[in-house]
Design a protein around this ligand. Structure first.
Ligand SMILES: [Zn+2]
Length: 288
């Protein structure tokens, strides 16, 4: 199979859409020739995201959802998990819960989590193994933001091999960094972590959380410096993992420009197709 484009190689494709993006950003609306509505996979559904999605039962859909900071992995991961009836597993979320509960793991992981650095693989391997061994993972899972680096991948492939789980496929949400940074500027959160987007999903009452009425503000790690650092970590650590999967033919990029519904429908179209295919090869021994 032809190697799939991986992030950097795939950027020229996003550049071809740059005309539309620039036009949208400066308020000129869409240009003829390409618009979200012209995308055959994009059929936005009315109502709140996730509320009207049909469920599509699957067997053996082992997916890792990847993408740079701010592309919406968690939003889409949760919604995809509902669509396919498989668990959404966010290692970052598990870690934040462990930190909050001050478990032994939480205390070791806390300094990394607070700085926005990657928690060492050795610390989280047993947590990942325990979670993936649960009976609810037998039919598949949506792993969110993991593996984050080559060390994670070696550990994960060992775990998958022990559990008899066939090879993992990575679905990558790709967005031009300039667009993501623009989006992060519009992100607001309450202290309990409920997220809003001032453009796409604004709160009903200005600066107040819809769910609990708490004040909304920018996320602590959405400062320009922290955003720059997170992109740097992604480029240095995660891009090599995506490149490796690209060479194996197991990386499936999805254009992440557009509304939440548009991107979700593109993701679902790709993953429906993967779910209909036979499982790929058994996990390979880790190769660099
Ligand atoms: Zn809230």
């Amino acid at each position: 199979m032809r190697p799939r484009p991986v992030l950097r190689e795939a950027l020229p494709a996003s550049r071809r859409r740059l005309g539309w993006l620039l036009a949208a950003l400066i308020g000129l609306g869409t240009l003829p020739g390409w618009s979200p509505a012209a995308d055959p996979a994009a059929t936005p559904s009315p109502g709140a995201p996730g509320s009207t999605d049909p469920t599509v039962p699957v067997k053996g859909l082992f997916i890792s959802l990847a993408g740079s900071p701010g592309v919406g992995k968690t939003t889409h991961g949760e919604r995809l998990a509902r669509r396919y009836g498989i668990p959404h597993i966010s290692v970052g979320k598990i870690l934040r819960q462990e930190v909050a509960a001050r478990t032994a793991l939480g205390q070791q992981a806390a300094p990394y989590v607070q700085k926005g650095e990657l928690v060492p693989t050795s610390l989280i391997a047993s947590t990942v193994r325990n979670r993936l061994s649960s009976p609810d993972c037998r039919n598949g899972f949506i792993l969110d933001g993991y593996p984050r680096k080559l060390d994670d991948l070696g550990t994960l492939e060992g775990i998958l091999s022990d559990l008899g789980i066939p090879g993992l496929r990575i679905v990558g949400i790709e967005v031009d960094p300039a667009v993501v940074i623009e989006r992060m500027r519009h992100r607001r959160v309450c202290e309990r972590g409920h997220e809003f987007d001032l453009k796409q999903r604004p709160p009903k009452v200005s600066s107040r959380c819809d769910l609990d009425g708490r004040p909304l503000g920018p996320r602590a790690d959405d400062t320009p410096e922290a955003i720059r650092r997170r992109f740097q970590v992604f480029a240095q650590e995660t891009t090599p993992v995506l490149a490796l999967f690209g060479r194996r033919g197991d990386y499936h990029p999805v254009n992440g420009d557009g509304s939440i519904d548009e991107v979700f429908h593109r993701l679902a179209a790709v993953i429906d197709r993967l779910g209909a295919e036979p499982s790929p090869r058994k996990p390979d021994a880790h190769r660099r």
